[in-house]
Every structure is written in structure tokens, then in C-alpha cells.
Design a protein around this ligand. Sequence first.
Ligand SMILES: Cc1cc2nc3c(=O)[nH]c(=O)nc-3n(C[C@H](O)[C@H](O)[C@H](O)COP(=O)(O)OP(=O)(O)OC[C@H]3O[C@@H](n4cnc5c(N)ncnc54)[C@H](O)[C@@H]3O)c2cc1C
Length: 480
Amino acid sequence: MNGLSRPPLSPNESDIPLDTQTSMTFTDSPEPDDCIVLGAGMAGLSAADALRRSGYRVRVLEARDRFGGRLEPGTIAGHPIDLGGMWVSPVQTAVQELIDRFGIRVYEMNLQGRLVGRVGDRRFQVPEEAWDKGLPMLSRLRLGLAASRIRRLMDDIDPERPWASPRAEEYDRETVASWMNRNIRDRTVREVVDFTVKSVFCAESNELSLLFWLFYLKALGGLEVATQGGPGGAQNQLCVGGLHQLATGLAEPLGEALHLSEPAVSVTQTDSGVTVRTAGATYRAKRVICAVPPTLLEHIDFLPKLPTPRQQLLQRQVMGSCIKIWVAWERPFWRNQGYNGMIADAQADFSPVFDAGPPDSDIGLLAGFIEGRAADTWSDQSEEARRDMVLKTLESALGPEARHPIDYVERDWTGERWSRGCYGAFLPPGALTRFGHAIRQPFGRIHWAGTETASVWSGYVEGAIRSGRRAAEEAASQMS
Ligand SMILES: Cc1cc2nc3c(=O)[nH]c(=O)nc-3n(C[C@H](O)[C@H](O)[C@H](O)COP(=O)(O)OP(=O)(O)OC[C@H]3O[C@@H](n4cnc5c(N)ncnc54)[C@H](O)[C@@H]3O)c2cc1C
């Protein structure tokens, strides 16, 4: 079952029922590895890469029949696309280092022209960098005040230890929505913040702890960075050929050491080492790096059991609901009409939408999202019904040509067995102050990676890479 050359599996073959594991015959690995990494997303692959390059013997066990996790390649009208994460920013140093290492070309997302927006019943068309000009003057001023207030709250937050920030208890008592209800009286401004929260977490503002939100914004450099597409913004650059190539670059040198379709089902540690079991094999190592999303960790049996704060934390780390949708046309027809292809409609189920067309082709590509509550509803509808809703939204924003695409592709991340949602996990009130200290704390021979454990760019690929490297350093420093 080893290696990248393994033939592709049928879509459900990786869905090995966890309750059949005890009846399987186990194959013992010949000699213990230095480290076993669980999960071949960007965090696990980065950890394995760092250890391998330092000369350690490393093995990666991945549940899916592919590597990359929340980075996944796809195609639309014959063009490579990202079904998962796709944007990078010039300020993301770890990402940029890998882009250079693998010789990947990046380009800036098209922002030339007007975005189409709606807040409340007000529709507007404005340049992306001045999108707030679409709001009534008074609301614009109040939005500016709210943004400086949020910046002041963030000032106090230590992204390494947000739970220990001076007013952590106070901020962790409430949700973003309850804070807004008390501090932002303008409904338009509240709707803008709601839309921002939904676009960043695929969740609603009444689900998120205020403290967690402040931590997350601080960890990436502020509200503007999270929401903008210009230089320095999180949605600035795209990769020619797709961001998923970062995962390929890290996975290929692993060769036979990368095991696909082998979900870890138990991790047992003793004073002398760790044993990891999958449905058909047993592996031994000095250390384990767990780079599995928190929601999925619940499905692995840890012996001895995980410390209570970590278990409790895992139960509170919630994935957002999201369906990512790509639509293709022969040409980016909206550009000729002065639009940049961006739709920021706080009332629509399919929004935000972005022009993700490649620089080396005339094809028109829009990528957009159904997020939060809307995704809960649309997830259970037929693809035909979703497609119809998506095309209606595009038509009403960009005109009748939108009705005639040449291709349509979607990925419902909430339904993905080995992700259970995206983009990253968020925390409800009370969790960060009570259990946050456990987030990176090694448990004996087990170290924790994954974007959710990052203190810089948590939730993003940058955070995933950094978390993997940090866990690799931890494991290497105690390799015995
Ligand atoms: C639709 C979408 C859009 C996004 N957009 C962006 C973006 O534009 N820019 C950005 O920076 N980030 C974006 N993100 C977030 C980014 O993709 C993630 O932060 C990052 O990829 C997470 O990497 P990870 O390694 O921490 O976790 P994952 O990628 O989730 O990797 C974890 C791996 O563990 C595996 N696994 C699960 N259970 C087991 C088990 N029992 N045993 C072994 N393996 C197991 C999973 O199959 C998976 O491969 C987006 C994500 C999605 C889904």
C-alpha cells in the first residue's frame, strides 16, 4: 500500500470503516522510524520535508487516496484549478519560499474594474480598493470607527498565547455578534462585519468567540489583510497551474515513505516509542507528528488517552460549512464591461466571487463560495439546483452572458470525510481561555501540527507550513 505510484482508488475505497480495524491482520513495519507523520496536508508534508532534509527516517500516513488535504487539484474546461486553497500573499514568507523552491509562477488576481456589491437593499459598483464607497456616507464613517475599535481590541492580543491576554476572559465570554450588538448600532456596518466573518470562517458571527476572532486577525496582521485582494491582502496572488503544486513538490521526494489510503486508527505510546496502527498495518517510531484536522483527531484512539484539556479543545474546534464553485466561459466577458468579476453581495447565497482567470489564456474563470448557513442549506440540494442558483446570481450581477458557461465544477468541503469543512477550525466562546493552552503542548512522544495550531496565519496554508516546521523542530530536538 506504499508510495506515490499506488494506482488510484475508487472514490470510496479510502472510506475504510473504522470499526473493522480490530478484525484485520496487521503487518509489522521492519524497523522503527524516527518519526511518523499523520496527515499529508501542507502541515504534515512540511514536517516530513523538514525531518527528511535533516536526515531523519520519516514515514507519512495519509487517510485519503491523494496527498494535499485542503489543497486539491481539479480541472475546468481543461484548465488546472484549485478545488481547495488557492490564494497566497507576498507577505507569507514560508509559502513564498516554497513557491521559489518549486519554480512556481504567481500572478496577481484581476482587480481591474468595478466590483458588484450589495449590503442591505443597497446595490453598488465600485473599485475593490474603495469598496466601502458603496455604503451610505454615515455607515462608511461608522465602519471606519468600528474598524479602529477592532484594531484597538486586537492590540492587546498575544497571538502566541491569546488566552493569557489581559482581557482574554472578558473577550472570550461573548461572540462577535453579541459584541457587535452592544458596540455597533449601525445595521449596515453589522451586516458588513457579518459578511466578513462568513467569508473568512464559513460560519456566522454568533458562533465565534470574540477572543478567537481577535486572535485570528492578529495572527495574520489585521482585518484589512484578511479581507483584501490588493498587495499585502490574503487574496492577492494565484499560482499558474494551482497552489496544490506546493503539496506535490513536498510529497514527491517522499516516495515510498508516503502511504496513501492508510488512515491512522490508533496511536499507542510507551516509554520506549510509539506504535501507530492503520486498518492493515502497524508502524513503530520514536516520535509522532499529528497533522490531522482537529475534528478528525476524534476518530483516532490514543493510548494512553489524551490529556483532558486537549480532548475538550478538540471537541470545540468547529469546521465551517463551504461549497467552492468554479464557472468557466470562453472569455472573461465581464472585463469588457468594466467589471473585475468580484461579487461581494452580503444578501446572496453565492458570494463572494472572484476572477481567477489565468494570465496565459483567454478563458474566463470565476471562483466563488457558498458559505456558512447558506452552505448548510445548499449542501443537501441537487447539483442542478445549486448550478441554477449560482448562474442566476452571476447573471444578476454581470449580465445575461453569465447564463451560458462552458463548464461548471464544485466541491462541497463540508461533505468531505477527511476534512469535514473548512477553511480552518474556529472556536466558540469559553474554549480558548479554558483549553487554549493545550493547543501545541506535546503529549509525551506526540507533537501537534496543522494550520489550527499556528500562531501566525492560522487557518491558512502559511500557518500549516509553519506549524509543520515547528513540530518537526520539536520532534527533532527530542529524538530518542
Ligand atoms: C475551499 C478552500 C479554500 C481555501 N482557501 C485558501 C486560500 O486561498 N489560501 C490559504 O492560504 N488557505 C486556504 N484554505 C485553507 C488551507 O487550505 C488550509 O489552511 C491548509 O491547507 C490546511 O493544511 P493542514 O495540513 O493543516 O490540514 P489538511 O490540509 O486538512 O491536512 C490534513 C490531512 O490529514 C488527513 N487525515 C485525516 N484523518 C487522518 C487519519 N486518521 N490518518 C491519516 N491522515 C488523516 C487528511 O486527509 C488531510 O490530508 C482553503 C481551504 C479550503 C478547503
